[in-house]
Design a protein around this ligand. Structure first.
Ligand code: DGJ
Length: 733
């Protein structure tokens, strides 16, 4: 809900549990007054005294009576650079070679009872949404900035983005255009910044840093959101357990370069900013043109990181993921990548299909290696999306017909943003690869980046993929992206638009995926980027699931799952059961452990199933049946990380509960057995205090109260093996 007090020029945004308050100072600056637990709109003007100048020395703004670094301490809603704010600003402009200083003042506002989609970019949608648009103007440089605040009351989410209009008589260049910032309310003890860090095979590991004076970032300027982070961060009151304490979460609905920055100033104010990373970004804004930033999602929770995650999960499932597959049971798949790598043909895949069907799987995905003339290793053929007749003598459609006839769905791998030197596409269009003038493109896995700023490239790739989808009647595609953008130069764009390549690349990906989802609405897309190298809300707009990591070893997956689900729902994590000896870590792993961990997400199998003995096939069959029971909760239940090995030194535990709180599952995992430790206690969360639950705990069944389970907890035994896991079921009786 949005309330505006015309008299005092105050804006109050309320969600179910939070309030966001802004006001206009007497100099006409739009200032942030409060973001926190829900309050009534009484007396917010009192907060003005907090945002006024303090300290001594540097010039006060205009004829303000107080001494102090005014703009430097004022909590500007959309801080701009050049007039005395020395912290991370949102907007920087240039005209020719000269910096343009901006001085934005409040002009007017408008309220809409809906939310318009962002042009060419993913953005939140929904019926019950109100939007406040506040317009700021500069009286010297004719630039207008519109700030959008869309309020999703039930999910406790506010979506923010900005639109910048050039009303000057000359082209302007945006050097930086962040989406939004927020300010954390004071808590004794301060805040921690929580972000996700890692690398290939260890994506999205939770990192906690104490917010001291100065700044800290999470960022990527590799052209994608990347393995060592994603456009998300949280600020949470230091020293609190994960289910309590003031917590702010911010994430971007965007899949390219991003900058998330947290700063604590000398007055201990904490500003968090998020948007497109300025490092590889310059955007030419012609006279009369406008630029829209991607959308940022803001959450405030009194219930700590847990509350923030639950809001994000719910919001992304209801208002970002568009796929009709979102709330449908996704096919349980088998993927041949780690089973065969490039060494396969139709015969081998049909053998796998036979056993997959017998085990109760739904779909066979043919991964990298099916196309072109040179794809027996990663040296060539990217861009040639036609079948390799050596591997599929009857064409891919002929093979797909056979798999469909066996009662399985058919999936296929693509890497549509790439081109190889050794390909028909490169031979025909050498200028379609991004490359610095006078140099060869930088080689990463022998692949170069296609120039997605060129519409002809997009059209060509679309036609090739669409032909495969139609002729083979594909049910699913895996969209991979295995390198960063390094060569930031396009043969297609003029000189003064070369700074737009990274952003235009992302817009090209969105255009292609958008067109595919419109043309083939039932096609299930799973995004991927060398594992979880592009896991973000932008990609989720087009695909309800993303491959979370090439690392399927449960010892490491437990941490990857805990990190990824801090920001994203469990239903979005591609999770597969690996081989008995894991290809990434070399660890020998029990089949139940491998498959238990793969139930946390969209379950699949990634090994040569034809090598399983009858007993193993039976266990796999049982596990698939078990997942079918858990699956509806994965797709729409409440998911919580209860604890992590990284925090307690012994085990990780996850809980999934249905929305009614009557049924759920607990999955716990002990990476390494330990001698003579006290039994660990597991405290459940979010149950009904008064209810009685039957807990099916391995070989014993317990009857326990909801209050008991949450406050006294369950005791875990210590197994006599490493990489041990169990799944327990609980149900209200
Ligand atoms: C990286 C992905 O993460 C893997 O699952 C697989 O698809 C390979 N690429 C294929 O090249």
């Amino acid at each position: 809900m949005i309330t505006v007090s015309e008299k005092t020029e105050r804006f109050l945004i309320s969600t179910a549990h939070s309030s966001y308050v802004m006001g206009v100072t007497k100099e006409r600056f739009l200032t942030h007054l409060y973001y926190g637990k829900k309050i009534r709109d009484v007396g917010a003007e009192h907060l003005f005294s907090y945002v006024m100048g303090r300290g001594f020395a540097e010039a006060t703004y205009e004829k303000h009576p107080d001494q102090g670094n005014y703009l430097n301490t004022l909590r500007q809603e959309y801080p701009v650079s050049g007039m005395g704010d020395f912290h991370e600003t949102c907007l920087e402009l240039r005209q020719n070679q000269a910096k343009v200083a901006l001085d934005l003042r409040y002009d007017h506002y408008e309220i809409r009872q809906d939310k318009a989609p962002l042009e060419g970019m993913p953005s939140a949608f929904g019926d019950e949404v109100e939007t406040l648009i506040i317009t700021l103007k500069d009286s010297v440089v004719p630039v207008t900035v519109e700030l959008y605040y869309s309020v999703f009351e039930d999910s406790d989410v506010i979506c923010r983005h900005a639109r910048i209009l050039n009303e000057t008589g000359k082209a302007l260049y945006l050097e930086k255009a962040l989406s939004a910032n927020l300010y954390a309310e004071h808590v004794d003890g301060g805040y921690d910044m929580i972000s996700l860090a890692g690398c290939w095979g260890r994506e999205h590991i939770i990192e906690r840093r104490k917010v001291g004076h100065g700044n800290m970032t999470t960022e990527s300027y590799r052209g994608k959101s990347d393995h060592d982070g994603c456009p998300f961060f949280a600020l949470t009151a230091s020293g609190m357990p994960r289910q309590s304490g003031k917590t702010y979460g911010m994430q971007l609905v965007y899949s390219g370069d991003y900058l998330g920055k947290v700063e604590r100033d000398c007055g201990d104010q904490i500003r968090g900013s998020l948007g497109i990373h300025p490092q590889e970004f310059t955007w030419k804004l012609e006279v009369g043109d406008s630029f829209e930033t991607p959308e940022a999602l803001l959450v405030y929770s009194e219930e700590g990181l847990q509350g923030m995650s639950l809001s994000f999960h719910d919001f992304l499932r209801q208002h970002i993921i568009r796929s009709p597959w979102q709330f449908k049971e996704r096919p349980i798949l088998i993927n041949n990548w780690e089973a065969t790598y490039f060494n396969f043909n139709e015969e081998k895949l049909l053998d796998i299909a036979k056993d997959a069907k017998a085990a109760g799987l739904d779909m066979l995905v043919c991964d990298d290696g099916w196309f072109g003339h040179h794809r027996d290793d990663p040296s060539g053929s990217l861009g040639d999306w036609f079948v390799d007749p050596k591997k599929f003598p009857e064409g891919f459609a002929g093979y797909a017909d056979k798999v469909h006839a066996m009662g399985l769905k058919v999936g296929l791998w693509f890497e549509p943003e790439m081109i190889c030197e050794l390909s028909d596409l490169y031979e025909a269009h050498p200028d379609w690869a991004l490359c610095w003038p006078g140099r060869e493109p930088v080689r990463c896995r022998n692949q170069w980046i296609l120039d997605y700023s060129n519409p002809e490239v997009i059209e060509n790739i679309y036609q090739q993929i669409a032909t495969m989808v139609k002729t083979a009647k594909l049910d699913y595609i895996k969209w991979d992206m295995n390198r960063s953008i390094i060569d930031g130069h396009s043969a297609y764009l003029p000189e003064d638009r070369q700074g737009e390549i990274h952003h235009r690349h992302v817009l090209g990906v969105y255009a292609l995926q958008g067109r595919l989802t419109e043309e083939f609405p039932d096609l299930l897309i799973e995004n991927c980027s060398s594992g979880g190298g592009r896991f973000d809300a932008g990609m989720l707009y087009y695909s309800p699931q993303i491959w979370a990591s090439d690392n399927m070893d449960p010892v490491e997956r437990a941490e990857i799952t805990a990190g990824t689900t801090l920001a994203f729902p469990i239903s979005t994590l591609g999770a597969h059961m690996c081989k008995g000896v894991n290809d990434t870590t070399g660890r020998k792993l029990d089949l139940r452990s491998r498959s238990n961990m793969a139930m946390l997400g969209t379950f699949g199998v990634e090994m040569d199933i034809t090598t399983l003995n009858p007993e193993e096939m039976e266990i796999l069959g049982e596990q698939i049946k078990r997942y079918r029971k858990i699956q509806p909760l994965i797709e729409s239940g409440e998911f919580r990380t209860l604890t992590r090995t990284a925090e307690n030194g012994i085990y990780s535990a996850f809980q999934i509960t249905n929305q009614e709180k009557t049924e759920g599952y607990l999955i716990y995992f002990i990476p390494m057995t330990k001698a003579a430790t006290s039994p660990a206690r597991l405290y459940l969360q979010g149950l009904k205090e008064e209810a009685t639950y039957q807990v099916d705990k391995g070989d014993e069944t317990l009857t326990l109260g909801g209050d008991f389970l949450m406050h006294a907890g369950l005791c875990l035994g210590m197994p006599r093996m490493d990489a041990y896991s169990e799944i327990w079921h609980f149900q209200e009786i």
